[in-house]
Design a protein around this ligand. Structure first.
Ligand SMILES: NC(=O)C1=CN([C@@H]2O[C@H](COP(=O)(O)OP(=O)(O)OC[C@H]3O[C@@H](n4cnc5c(N)ncnc54)[C@H](OP(=O)(O)O)[C@@H]3O)[C@@H](O)[C@H]2O)[C@@H](O)CC1
Ligand SMILES: [K+]
Length: 466
């Protein structure tokens, strides 16, 4: 199973390049490796059809000339369009090795694959309208678009779109992943992403990383329901959300799941134990190893009281949904926040940032500052899920199925996280295992899934991650 892979910012990638150069590898050699590696993917996608390579002025454009020459040497019909002359030595050298013509506009161009090498990690300002319209015109005349390193117009470090960026079918990350390969809105134009290696990276630059699939385990021989994990869900006003979380929780590793609510939700799994009565007394059970509060909780004073009681229970706790709107400094006072794990979606993350006075612009900034400010682990869910803690590098995850954008899938996720937490995992491991289980369950459940299918798919997802 491949390990975690580093995610490098544009500055870190440049620093890596300098280290490799100091080790005796020339930029031209790095460009050759990158271009030839990328050409392999373009070759497969072209399936013998004509290819157009759009080259910009920097080394991204340089990669384009290498790709063009590699494919031409293999017999493909290749056209190169370069609206700007090369400005780096390596790009000039690559262009000098290109044996075909270079056009400056889109006239007559068309074919199977457009290779976008206009700008990569050196994009320093918004796309000029003439560049955006050139890409759009060429995109319309080709069946497929392959972006080299990044779709032109995507900002490397935060995934912002600096202009009208063409939607690509395939993006080839060169040398290392960049944050934009995992962040919205860039994710909406990246398409499928693949990594093209250009040599071993020096270790010290892997500050951020993409989390590889976990290896889950089976219960130990001699395990019993309490030793596997005893988890409690604090119910509230809407039974449906707690039911989804409960169903996911019973399937995700905990040996015993109890719902603290006045009555059982309709269609609750029979394995779910319902306990009504005094919450503080119920949460005093020393065998509880994790709690979940938020799905269906409501935002009333009574809900706030339940949250306060839950936080005082001194158990590892997942806080989601309504509870995230109630959370504030008063509630956290005197609480060891390092045992708290929050699972906000975009709106909840924004509301938390407002509550805790965090004025960051980007999702990554918001999650990291919130973790640093409060001490909690932040699982910022969404199409670009990421995981931040005060004391470890931020983790990205491979994008999951877009079918997950439906009601209740977040409740399923929080049920899985709390279940993993109850098995004794620390917050980071519990959260990253849950993110993978959730994504795998979506693959198992398939197209047009609803949250109920997702919870039911967890056992098969679990089996795939054993
Ligand atoms: N690092 C590595 O190890 C390896 C990196 N490799 C490749 O190098 C790429 C990075 O190369 P790069 O730094 O030359 O930047 P790149 O993206 O080609 O663009 C810079 C040029 O564009 C210009 N420009 C910028 N924005 C603009 C705008 N909006 N409108 C107009 N112009 C604009 C900018 O001008 P300036 O900002 O200087 O005025 C400059 O001329 C990387 O993505 C990968 O493909 C591989 O070859 C091998 C190993
Ligand atoms: K590009």
């Amino acid at each position: 199973m491949p390990g975690n892979e580093p995610v490098l910012t544009a500055a870190q990638m440049r620093a890596v390049e300098q280290v490799l150069i100091a080790q005796g590898v020339s930029v031209d050699e790095l460009m050759r490796r990158a271009g030839e590696g990328a050409a392999e993917w373009v070759w497969r996608m072209a399936a013998g059809g004509p290819v157009t390579v759009l080259c910009g002025p920097g080394n991204n454009g340089g990669d384009g000339y290498v790709i063009a020459q590699t494919l031409c040497a293999r017999g493909l019909s290749v056209r190169v369009i370069a609206p700007m002359e090369p400005t780096t030595d390596a790009a000039r050298n690559a262009r000098a090795r290109w044996t075909g013509d270079v056009m400056t506009d889109a006239d007559g161009a068309g074919g199977r694959v457009l290779v976008d090498c206009l700008f990569g990690s050196g994009l320093s300002r918004p796309l000029l309208p003439e560049h955006a319209s050139l890409v759009a015109e060429l995109a319309a005349r080709h069946q497929r678009i392959v972006a080299v390193d990044l779709p032109s117009g995507v900002a490397t470090d935060d995934g912002a779109l600096l202009g009208d960026v063409a939607r690509c079918d395939l993006t080839l990350a060169l040398g290392a992943w960049k944050p934009a390969h995992f962040l919205m809105p860039a994710l909406s134009v990246v398409g499928t992403a693949k990594l093209v290696t250009i040599g071993a990276l020096p270790d010290e630059f892997g500050a951020l990383f993409v989390k590889s699939a976990p290896r889950l385990s089976v219960p130990e021989r001699g395990a019993h329901k309490y030793s596997r994990g005893f988890m409690g869900i604090v119910g509230g006003e809407m039974a449906g959300a707690a039911q989804l979380a409960s169903k996911a929780a019973v399937y995700s590793g905990a040996g015993y799941v109890k719902l603290f609510a006045d009555e059982a939700p309709p269609n609750a799994p029979s394995a779910l134990v319902i306990e009504s009565g005094d919450l503080a007394q119920a949460l005093g059970d020393k065998r509880l190893s994790a709690l979940l509060i938020g799905p269906g909780l409501g935002r009333s004073d009574a809900a706030r009281d339940k949250l306060a009681i839950t936080l005082e229970a001194n158990v590892a706790t997942v806080i989601d949904a309504d509870a995230l709107h109630l959370l504030d400094d008063d509630l956290l006072e005197g609480i060891d926040a390092t045992r708290l794990l929050i699972t906000p979606h975009e709106g909840e993350l924004n509301s938390l940032c407002e509550t805790f006075g965090i004025a960051e612009e980007t999702k990554r900034g918001k999650a990291e500052y919130l973790a640093a400010r409060t001490g909690m682990t932040v699982l910022a869910k969404g199409p670009d899920t990421l995981l931040a803690t005060p004391d470890a590098p931020t983790m990205f995850f491979p994008p999951a199925a877009t079918w997950l954008a439906s009601a209740g899938t977040g409740d399923v996720l929080s049920g899985i996280v709390a279940s993993r937490l109850s098995t004794g995992k620390n917050s980071l491991d519990a959260a990253s295992e849950a993110i993978w289980l959730h994504a795998e369950a979506a693959r198992v459940a398939g197209p047009a899934l609803i949250a109920d299918d997702l919870a039911a798919a967890v056992p098969k997802a679990y089996a795939r991650l054993l």
